[in-house]
Design a binder for this molecule. Sequence first.
Ligand code: SF4
Length: 359
Amino acid sequence: MKSVCYDKFKCIAGKCSMTCCEGWEIERSDSPRCMEMLDEYYNKDFTEEEELKMLWEKDIMRCPLLTSDGLCSLVIRHSDEALSKACRVFPRNIYKNKEGEKNYDLSFGCPEVVDLYNKEKNGYPLIDDSLSATAMGRCAMSIFHTDSMPLDIRMLAIYLYLNDELEEEEGEDNLRDNLSEKSFTISEYLNLAAETVMGDEPFEDFKSLNSSFLNLIVNYSTLPIMKPYLDEIYLKLDEADVSFDILHKMFLKFQVFKEDFDEKLEDNPLIKSVFEAKLFEALEHAEDVYEMEQNFEAVLYEFAFLRYAIFANAYIYATYPDYDTIRALITCMSRMIGHNEESFFDFISEEPELISVLR
Ligand code: SF4
């Protein structure tokens, strides 16, 4: 399976609004030419370990070989051939599904990819029976495409479904057992999700969402590349975190916003397209049910955080963010979550129940 955007991608380098050579962790260079240029740049021979630090663990996390006009000194001097694998491949994402077939995808950590999906509206050819040929994959995608329900409910219904399948496989009690049902239909999962998103203590859930989101962005909000989109949000949400009055005011506004956001996605097909692609990857990338469920959990967190970032922006600036801001927020979230999966899974293991940040 190949995303229809895949072959259309072309890096715009110096014209990029959010270069990928800055602001996140990237694998160490495996290019001898790159190593040479770094030694030259710092006027010192480094060990491989040190080179890793020099490149990506500096405070600003900016590649020293990036020129002030957004071009790569390595490419200028030696051509694309000298690039390391990570730089050559990004934002392409090629992986094998469990049948051993290759999938070709693009990362939303690149704003140009977001633009491509926005133009295409539907980044994938219709998801058909080729989806791992698994009933689970097809069922999850069918829930996603049940347009009559708001997106948050569909997303949660997929999570409940995958969780149920996982517990069934592990021989544990699951929802179906508890309700003495042999199987659930898609609409039953959707109904269950709709009940679950209501929550008994919505304000407490909102507090959890606010503090989890702050924990996620705290190390990124001051990086120069993300600062214009996250710093103001961070400061305001941090202030709300310690003030009941501000947080409560935001909570009331968020209830209205999220209803609108989740129900009126036809006004914003980009968000739907992004999460369709992410869901597809979460399912296809997984070796087994456990991985499917785990991958999808990360997608759900990303959905909850992106929605909250868009809300925070709308709240602070008193207007719904424009396309460029939404694109930047999608890019920021993808970089924070999608490309440092290990630390993201560590992060969510310390956060409150997923359900409380989704509500
Ligand atoms: S983020 Fe995308 S468009 Fe921008 S420099 Fe990187 S690969 Fe090129």
